[in-house]
Design a protein around this ligand. Sequence first.
Ligand code: MG
Ligand code: MG
Length: 248
Amino acid sequence: MVTLKTSKELAKMRTAGAITAQALQAGGAAVRPGITTGEIDRIIKEFIISKGAKPSFLGYGGFPGSACISVNDEVIHGIPGKRVIKEGDIVSIDVGAIYDGYQGDSAATFAAGAVSAEAQGLMDATQESLLAAIAVMRVGARLGDIGHAVQSYVEARGYGVVREYVGHGIGREMHEEPEVPNYGHPGHGMRLVAGMVLAVEPMITQFSPAVRVLGDDWTVVTKDHGLAAHFEHTIAVTEKGPVILTLP
Ligand code: MG
Ligand code: MG
């Protein structure tokens, strides 16, 4: 069932979203050669707790971190730990925070020092595809319009769209209905109505979109070891148009 949020609930989600966005910003600011993914995770966790919120990923399905931190060919669900970030790495950070009963969910890929033109191009296209998707999120549009916006943008530039993982509704729960694929056909799928809140999250690969899960049962990597990028916002559909809730 898709839950529609009242304006009062959207206000709460905006607060949860702001904390999430600030935590992501703090984590991103810490990305540099020499830092470990575990240290980045600690910064994010401490920030969220300092705001009176809770890191929603911590313990979710047994996940041991407060953020998912995925480096280079890792797409999503990377477990923070002893890995040391190197010059030229690209680091995807995915953060969730729960505040006053409501969830925020946001992700971005950050550059460690100077990165290759290929890496920068992938990151830029992924972020731009998210913005293109948000732009179509008006009342009366369809879920397929969102997926199509992402897919057409990145595939035109030679990148791949991961199929196995998708965006989602969000509210009191981190993962609510509906699923929000990053691929699809315009004019198809569920119609968007005011009060829907969706986490849209393009997971884009440099080459083939094929992925597999590592032996830690969490980390999703590209099969061909090409780079991957991930950007995500929590967005409300309103009569006045799309509203990004995960802004700092
Ligand atoms: Mg996320
Ligand atoms: Mg999400």
